[in-house]
Design a protein around this ligand. Structure first.
Ligand code: PEP
Length: 259
C-alpha cells in the first residue's frame, strides 16, 4: 500500500541557523515515541538550510523546493540535482505556483526539471493548478490538461509512475479558501481519465496525487482521503512541527482503518 504523504513546504522561512535548530528540535520532540507505517513525512526547507535538516528522524524524508535542469556548469544561482542528492534530498517540489507566477517558470521548464530529477533518481513533486480567473472561466480542466501533457510528454510509463502530482489550485494557496471535497474528487476523476488516455488504466490508478492549498489538520480529512487524495502539500502550517506530526498521525489512523 502506498503511503499517505504529508509534505511540508517551508518556503523562504526559518531565517537563521538558530531557527532551524529550534524547528528540528521541536520536530524530534513531537515525533518521539511515535511510529509510522502508513504515513510518510517530507520536509522541504530552503536550499541553504538543507544540511541542517539531515538529522531528522528516519520517518521524515528531506525534500527541496526547486532544482536546476542542468547537471553542472555556468548556471549562476542554480542548484544541481547532484548537489541535492549529495545532501540527502529524496524529493523535490517543482512548478510551485510561486515559481510559475513570480519567477516565470513555464510548463516546458517544469518538464525539463521533472526529467532531470527522474534521471538522477530523485522524486519530483510536481505542482499543477488553475488561477482564480481560470476557475471562474471554467478552464480548470483545460489548464490541468495542458500542464500535464507538457510534463508527461517525454516520460515512459515507468518514469511517469515515479512522479508525485500535487493539485494546488492557485487561488487556494495562502488564502484560507479551499475547494470542496466534491470539487477535488472531480479533479481526481479527471486525472484518472487523462492518465488512462495518456498511458493506461493501470498506470492511472497508480499515479500519486496530493492536494495542496490552505491545508491544516482541521480540514485534512475533507481535502485528502475523502477526496481520494494520497496526501497533502502544506505551506503555512508546515512552520509548526506539531501540525505536521498531527496530520501524519491522522493519516496513519485513516490508512490503518482502511487496511
Ligand atoms: C503551498 O504554498 O504549496 C501551500 C499549499 O500553501 P498554504 O498551505 O499556506 O496555502
Amino acid at each position: 500500500m502506498r503511503p499517505f504523504y504529508i509534505v511540508g513546504n517551508i518556503k523562504m522561512n526559518l531565517l537563521s541557523k538558530v531557527e532551524c535548530e529550534k524547528y528540528v528540535a521541536l520536530f524530534r520532540r513531537e515525533l518521539s515515541g511515535k511510529g509510522f507505517v502508513y504515513s510518510a513525512g517530507v520536509v522541504c526547507p530552503p536550499t541553504i538550510h538543507l544540511s541542517r535538516f539531515t538529522h531528522l528522524p528516519p520517518e521524515i524524508k528531506l525534500g527541496a523546493q526547486d532544482v536546476s535542469w542542468e547537471r553542472s556548469g555556468a548556471f549562476t544561482g542554480e542548484t544541481s540535482p547532484l548537489m541535492l542528492k549529495d545532501t540527502g534530498v529524496e524529493y523535490v517540489i517543482i512548478g510551485h505556483s510561486e515559481r510559475r507566477g513570480i519567477f516565470g517558470e513555464t510548463d516546458e521548464m517544469v518538464a525539463l526539471k521533472t526529467e532531470t530529477l527522474l534521471k538522477h533518481l530523485l522524486t519530483p513533486i510536481v505542482c499543477i493548478g488553475e488561477t482564480k480567473e481560470e476557475r471562474s472561466r471554467e478552464m480548470t480542466v483545460d489548464v490541468l490538461k495542458r500542464q500535464i501533457e507538457a510534463i508527461f510528454k517525454g516520460l515512459s510509463p515507468m518514469q511517469a509512475e515515479k512522479v508525485i502530482l500535487a493539485y494546488e489550485p492557485r487561488w487556494a494557496i495562502g488564502t484560507d479558501e479551499h475547494p470542496t471535497t466534491q470539487d477535488i474528487l472531480q479533479i481526481k476523476i479527471f486525472l484518472r481519465k487523462l492518465f488512462t488516455e495518456l498511458y493506461d488504466a493501470r498506470l492511472a490508478e497508480r499515479i500519486i496525487v496530493l492536494y495542496g492549498g490552505s491545508v491544516k489538520s482541521m480540514n485534512l480529512k475533507e481535502v485528502s482521503w475523502e477526496a481520494e487524495m494520497d496526501g497533502v502539500l502544506v505551506g503555512r502550517e508546515s512552520l509548526f512541527p506539531h501540525e505536521l506530526v498531527k496530520m501524519m498521525e491522522m493519516g496513519e489512523e485513516y490508512r490503518k482503518g482502511a487496511h
